[in-house]
Design a protein around this ligand. Structure first.
Ligand SMILES: [Zn+2]
Length: 78
């Protein structure tokens, strides 16, 4: 009965050098699982450059881009 969705995150690297993850929920269930992937435009969170990727149908609504850089400066100094 649980309506939990499967969260997926795909690592991407932009031509600007930024690394980020595109996370989304795959909520295809039952008949929806047979739906074809759809092309979605996702913007790089660093430079805004748009790239196209294929996601499960409906996943684009939950798409979140998260920078995955391990910036050593963050949280240090001050
Ligand atoms: Zn970029």
């Amino acid at each position: 009965m649980a309506a939990d969705r499967e969260r997926k995150a795909e690592p991407h690297e932009c031509s600007c050098g930024a690394r980020f993850e595109l996370a989304y929920f795959d909520d295809r269930r039952g008949e929806r699982a047979a739906l074809p992937d759809e092309l979605v435009d996702a913007a790089c969170p660093a430079c805004g450059k748009v790239r196209s990727l294929s996601l499960p149908a409906g996943a684009a609504k939950t798409l979140v881009a998260e920078l995955s850089d391990h910036d050593p400066e963050e949280g240090e100094g001050g």
